[in-house]
Design a protein around this ligand. Structure first.
Ligand SMILES: Nc1nc2c(c(=O)[nH]1)N=C([C@H](O)[C@H](O)COP(=O)(O)OP(=O)(O)OP(=O)(O)O)CN2
Ligand code: ZN
Length: 128
């Protein structure tokens, strides 16, 4: 069966602290978060911007999180205030949040994998 995988990478800058963390990560600080989203499907779809079924998922849709926080993204925000309280601001839960929010924006048969990196040395991958 044919299968497509589209990949997009972007970054956003935001502040966060990890609640009750015993160390510097418990204090407000910032990261240039690097995000990579992989989206796979055996079918192509239309999108919010394109009426023809020619995409796994629109790159513009997948890249929602790079928008400014005042426009619905995560850039230049305080993640502890932007994300719902059930998500802590570890890279693990930021990846899950981006996954969950992206999943709402793409067709149901699109499989996602989300990578989030806070620093060049450490990253997280999340898929369901
Ligand atoms: N599994 C996780 N561990 C840690 C996370 C995380 O999201 N998942 N986050 C942090 C802090 O946010 C912290 O900002 C990152 O800490 P660290 O890796 O120590 O980053 P540094 O750039 O300061 O690393 P150095 O080795 O000191 O240069 C902590 N842990
Ligand atoms: Zn941090």
């Amino acid at each position: 069966m044919p299968k497509w995988k589209v990949v997009t990478e972007f970054s956003f800058n935001s502040a966060h602290y990890i609640k009750d963390y015993n160390g510097p990560c418990g204090r407000m600080h910032g990261h240039n978060y690097q995000v990579r989203i992989e989206a796979s499907s055996t079918e192509l779809h239309s999108s919010q911007y394109c009426p023809h079924p020619v995409m796994v998922a629109d790159f513009r849709t997948l890249r929602w999180a790079k928008q400014d926080v005042t426009k619905g993204g995560l850039d230049h925000g305080i993640l502890n205030e932007v994300m719902p309280p059930e998500y802590e601001t570890t890279a693990e839960m930021i990846a899950k949040y981006i996954y969950d929010e992206t999943k709402k924006r793409v067709p149901p048969n699109v499989q996602l994998k989300v990578h989030v990196s806070e620093t060049p040395n450490s990253w997280v991958e999340y898929e369901d």
